[in-house]
Every structure is written in C-alpha cells, then in structure tokens.
Write a protein that binds this ligand. Structure first.
Ligand SMILES: Nc1nc2c(c(=O)[nH]1)N[C@H]1C(S)=C(S)[C@@H](COP(=O)(O)O)O[C@H]1N2
Ligand SMILES: [Mo]
Length: 310
C-alpha cells in the first residue's frame, strides 16, 4: 500500500529483508535501463538467490505467501488448467519485445513499449489475492497505479469502462490451441474502479521482474476482486462505452459476473465464498468483505445491490 519507507522498520530480520529488497530493486532498475532484454522471465530455480519483498506481512499482519508457492501454484489457462503445470509450460514464453496498446475512447492513444511502463515509478504493494475457488495468498507485487497510464491517454467523457486483452500467441500458449474458451482472455473494469489507487499494473513480484507464470511482463491486480479479474500478459487496453464481456462471462454467464467483488455473502454456484483456504495454513478463515479493502472501495458501489453483481 505505502511506498517503501525504511523508517517504519525496526526488527532486525525485517531490516535485513529491507536491505536485501533495496538491492533487489537495484536489479530491477538495472533491468529497466537495459530495456528488459531478457527473452523470458526467470523461473524459480534451485540454488538461485531467493527474491525478497520489502515487507513480510500485509497491513492486517498476515504473512506473505512464500515465493515458491506464488511462483508454482498458478491459474493460467493459456498454458494449462493444471495449476502446477503452468511453470514448466511457460518457461520459454517470450516477454520481450513487448508493447501495450492503449486506445479506444481516449484523446491520446498510445503504444507503450514495456520500457516506457518500467520507467514509471515502481512501488511495492502487498495485497491479498483471493481466487473464486476459495483459496488465497498474500503477494508482494511491484507495479504502479493503472491511473497513471489512463491519465496519460486522457479518457474521453464517453468512456465508462476499461477493457483489457491478454496476448494471443497460440504458438507459445498450448491452451489457446484448444477449444473451450474464446481467446484471447478479456477482462474489464468500470472506469472509476480502474482509476482507484489500489488498482495496479504489476511488473514485478517479490522484488524481481514478474515471472512468466504470474503474467509477465505486465498484468492487472485489483485486490478487492476475485483473482480471475487479474488479467495476465496484457497487450491491449481500451477505453469503451459499454460494459465489456470478459472471457469468463462469455464462457459461463451464470457463474461469472462483471463486478466479481469478493463477497462472503454471495456464493458462487460451485463454491461458497463464506470462508477460504489461505495457502500454507491449516483450516479455513472467514472471507472478508471486498477482501478486506471495504473501507477503501465500498463507496464505489453505493446504491448497488451487491447480492446480484457477483
Ligand atoms: N490471461 C489470464 N489471466 C489470468 C488467468 C488466466 O487463466 N489467463 N487466471 C486468473 C485467475 S483465475 C487467477 S486466480 C489469477 C492467478 O494469478 P497467479 O497465477 O499469479 O497467482 O490469475 C488470473 N489471470
Ligand atoms: Mo482464480
């Protein structure tokens, strides 16, 4: 949430982590300067120096989910429907060169090179990630508010929604070669949701560039919504007038709505949302309204019937 602030840290182990994180940021910054010349993202390899985050808990005191878990337990249907199979299949996914086209109802349509995005000030955000399958993690993202990019392109007054598209690369993404879904993956936000400060484009994780399996080189993170809204490997962002139809709405409109705000009181047809399994913990914990970000985002939905906007 907050920008990196050394003064808040006193405990020795946190201090060590913080210092290592700053070193990590240096690596990240060098990566920006070099123009992200790697052709694929690093995968966790035994013996590698473990990447580190700048803090080791979220604002509620919940511990970070270990890097190894975040990097190996993935939903990324373009590669596989098997969570633990994504890493291997995404290993050679080419994330450079990479462009993100931002257009539609804007004054200044613009194609951003990945480097343009990496030159924006990057900050760490430790957020809970809650999947609609009722598991959750705590993830230290690196990124920047989506509002910065939207501000640069200047949405026109008619723009009401933002539509995001994942890369279409069936040659590299085996899941896109099989039927069942309307590729590419599409997601959407209402413009005010997209402009909210909690909404970020993530370019890193645990102080390092984003891993292919986590959506490299750039993916959306909207912490008060279910994980399927966090669209990965984005190549297009369009400002539009009509509510976009997401891949999941198209695939199963009776199961997935546009808003998809985390809500313990509205069950999914297959999964109660009242409780969740925090990966790495025994037992279950109660799901928090808006995933614990109610104070920050509830005002966006004033007057809306939250029981029907799953
Ligand atoms: N393009 C794309 N984005 C995606 C998905 C996907 O299959 N394809 N899965 C979503 C789901 S269901 C979840 S829970 C999160 C998982 O993100 P993670 O693998 O980084 O934990 O990514 C989301 N973004
Ligand atoms: Mo998910």
């Amino acid at each position: 949430m907050a920008k990196i602030d050394l003064s808040e840290i006193t405990a020795e182990h946190l201090y060590v982590n913080r210092r290592r994180f700053i070193k990590g940021l240096g690596v990240l910054a060098a990566g920006f300067a070099l123009g992200a010349c790697a052709t694929s993202s690093p995968s966790p390899t035994p013996g590698d120096e473990a990447p580190v985050a700048g803090q080791n808990a979220d604002e509620l005191g919940d511990a970070l989910t270990p890097f190894e878990t975040v990097a190996t337990y993935n939903n990324y249907y373009e590669f596989s429907m098997g969570k633990t199979q994504v890493v291997a299949l995404a290993r050679d996914f080419a994330t450079s060169p990479w462009q993100v086209e931002v257009g539609g109802l804007v004054q200044n349509p613009r194609t951003f090179e990945l480097d343009d995005l990496l030159k924006l000030e990057q900050e760490e955000r430790v957020y809970r990630l809650r999947c609609v399958e009722a598991w959750s993690m705590v993830v230290p993202w690196i990124g920047f508010p989506l509002s910065r990019v939207l501000g640069m392109v200047e949405p026109k007054p008619e723009a009401k929604y933002v539509r995001f598209e994942t890369v279409y690369a069936p040659d590299q993404m085996p899941g896109q070669r099989s039927g069942g879904y309307e590729w590419p993956y599409v997601e959407g936000l209402r413009l005010d949701e997209a402009m909210h400060d909690l909404t970020i484009l993530a370019t890193g994780i645990y102080g390092k560039p984003l891993l292919a399996q986590n959506g490299a080189p750039v993916r959306l993170v909207v912490p008060w919504k279910y994980g399927f809204k966090y669209i990965k490997s984005i190549v297009r962002i369009d400002l539009v007038e009509e509510m976009p139809t997401s891949l999941w709405m198209a695939a199963a409109s009776h199961e997935y709505g546009f808003y998809a705000n985390v809500n313990p009181n509205v069950p999914h047809p297959r999964w109660s949302q009242a409780t969740e399994r925090r990966i790495g913990e025994r037992g279950r914990r109660k799901t928090l309204m808006f995933n614990g970000y109610e104070e920050e985002v509830a005002h966006l939905y004033e007057g809306m019937d939250l029981t029907v906007f799953f």
